[in-house]
Write a protein that binds this ligand. Structure first.
Ligand code: NDP
Length: 245
């Protein structure tokens, strides 16, 4: 396998898909710049990557704060000279029927899943334009493709991100930018462990454990999109358990 000579910043790199992606890309040769709030997790991940001969930097990032994304992109440029790819992966899922009126949870999903991605685009776009190339990747979701009850706002934020990446793509047909929306189905991560309602949480955790694929499968899909030649764009990629309905 040829070496992946790219600098990749990843939000939500402290667990699940983000952590698996960091590990996968670093193993393939990329320099990774890892952002999340739990820096203890980032520290041990970066230590593992470095112990295996890889290159990794970490930064405490809350994607709801625009300045944190500016810093993450700045760290990549300062430490490695450029930023080739931003993986906007940080996300939260609060699953409940709309009638529960969990307005705070709705706000949290908008702030992290949508505004967080926009903050990343705002930080990286000028750098990508200056460099003459760059690649935005986001983890959206199959819940935006097959609409089901209890995921209205979650799916709404994911489809909003899908929409804005497509618009960004159409605004960038000069070949400078590539955009990729990855839509995972059930993936075994900590995502649903944060659902407040114990009944909902246990039900989804059960489905996740029974059906979910490992986060490394999504990491390989992300690596595939990155590894294409500069003039080849993988726009949308759906990756789900073979048994998912
Ligand atoms: P995890 O809960 O394991 O990971 C979520 C990551 O997001 C963590 O690293 C967390 O880090 C980070 N995060 C959450 N809030 C913030 C914030 N405010 N600022 C910065 N980072 C934040 O779940 P997954 O790995 O599953 O989720 C990754 C992405 O994949 C999400 O966008 C999710 O919606 C999407 N996805 C997941 C699916 C699944 O089945 N697991 C299916 C489809 C899509 P920290 O708490 O340390 O800040």
């Amino acid at each position: 396998m040829s070496r992946l000579d790219k600098v990749v910043a990843i939000t939500g790199a402290s667990s699940g898909i983000g952590a698996a992606t960091a590990q996968e890309l670093a193993t393939r040769g990329a320099a990774v710049v890892l952002g999340a709030r739990r820096t203890d997790r980032l520290d041990s991940l970066a230590a593992r990557i470095r112990a295996e001969g890889g290159r990794a930097e970490i930064l405490e990032v809350d994607v709801t704060r625009r300045a944190d994304l500016e810093e993450l992109v700045g760290l990549a440029v300062q430490r490695f000279g450029r930023l080739d790819v931003l993986v906007g992966n940080a996300g939260v899922a609060r699953i409940a029927p709309m009638a529960d009126l969990d307005v705070d949870d709705w706000g949290a999903m908008i702030d992290v899943n949508l505004r967080g991605v926009l903050h990343g685009i705002a930080a990286a776009l000028p750098v990508f334009r200056r460099q003459g190339n760059g690649h935005f990747i986001t983890t959206v979701s199959t819940s935006g493709l097959k609409i089901v009850p209890s995921q209205a706002v979650y799916a709404g934020t994911k489809n909003a991100v899908r929409t804005l990446l497509e618009a960004l793509r159409q605004e960038s047909t000069d070949g400078v930018l590539r955009t990729t929306s990855i839509s995972p189905g059930f993936v075994r991560t900590e995502l649903v462990d944060h659902i407040d309602d114990p009944g909902q949480r246990e039900q989804v955790q059960h489905t996740m454990a029974a059906l979910g694929i490992g986060p490394d499968a999504v990491a390989r899909a992300i690596a595939f999109a990155i590894e294409q030649p500069d003039d080849v764009e993988i726009g949308d990629l759906t990756i789900r358990p073979a048994r998912q309905g």
